[in-house]
Design a protein around this ligand. Structure first.
Ligand SMILES: [Zn+2]
Ligand SMILES: [Zn+2]
Length: 267
């Protein structure tokens, strides 16, 4: 007679389940990416950090370059004290906020951690902020994401810029089309000077064949703009191909800290 069956039928029951839950907690910790506290999170952030993220949105900004305006950065009739010279070829910029703090964290989530929910959320927020203001971006004919080179695209699990553009397009009821392709794989624009950025990106884009751009107002969308070199080069190609106007919208503008800290401490 065998007595092994009794052992095999031993019921691990709740202990096994709670062990599994413990392992899952280790694998998917509920830790806020903003403050590091072990609390329930939405989109990787706790309630308080989600509010801090929203506080970065809605600051006044320059419509030519996207820099935060305030006492340290005055606005002029044709731009602001941080506007680059020459001004990039896109007509105006719409942005959510400065590239810092939790907005920077949120962009890293979609860009490097493949958090497409965050891409959809930021696209929706950008669409809402554009809808609420009287900006020419609302009347664009088509939304065009700034493309990645295919060599860089295949090294990433998903195309976050396309997800961002589609979410924005749904909010603004403007179609999304890939009217540009990246014909040259350029080194990343981070860690190079402003002059190098413009030289680095020159000739990187080409309009797709077989689509007339005559008279079309294009709304370019990107995650972050720094000098405007990349979007400016994309705009230059679209205008050369017949587009009547190119506007730019971005999640965030990378700018000197004196631009956004001038608003900190306000109630
Ligand atoms: Zn938090
Ligand atoms: Zn400016």
């Amino acid at each position: 007679m065998s007595s092994g069956g009794g052992f095999l039928k031993f019921n691990f029951g709740g202990k096994l389940q709670s062990f599994a839950r413990g392992v899952l907690d280790l694998v998917i910790p509920q830790v806020c990416g903003g403050c590091g506290q072990a609390v329930p999170v939405t989109m990787g952030l706790c309630g308080e950090c989600n509010l801090k993220l929203l506080s970065l949105v809605g600051l006044p900004y320059c419509k030519r370059c996207g820099s935060t305006l305030g006492p340290n950065i005055p606005e002029y009739p044709d731009g602001c004290s941080l506007c680059p010279n020459p001004i990039p070829r896109f007509g105006s910029v719409a942005r959510l906020g400065p590239y810092t703090g939790l907005l920077r964290y949120a962009i890293h989530q979609l860009k490097y951690r493949d958090q497409l929910g965050m891409a959809r959320r930021l696209g929706r927020m950008l669409g809402e902020s554009i809808s609420e203001t009287d900006t020419p971006h609302r009347t664009a004919d088509v939304i065009v994401p700034i493309p990645m080179h295919w060599l860089r695209r295949i090294s990433r699990p998903s195309d976050h810029s396309a997800v961002l553009a589609r979410s924005l397009g749904r909010g603004l009821k403007i179609p999304v089309e890939r009217l540009l392709k990246r014909v040259r794989n350029t080194p990343p624009q981070v860690h190079i000077t402003r002059t190098q950025r413009f030289a680095n990106i020159r000739g990187a884009f080409s309009p797709v064949k077989g689509r007339s751009l005559a008279g079309v107002h294009v709304l370019l969308v990107d995650d972050v703009t720094t000098t405007g070199a990349t979007a400016g080069e994309a705009a230059r190609m679209l205008l050369a191909a017949g587009a009547s106007r190119v506007s730019l919208c971005v999640i965030a503008k990378a700018e000197p800290s004196r631009a956004y800290t001038q608003h900190w401490g306000e109630a």
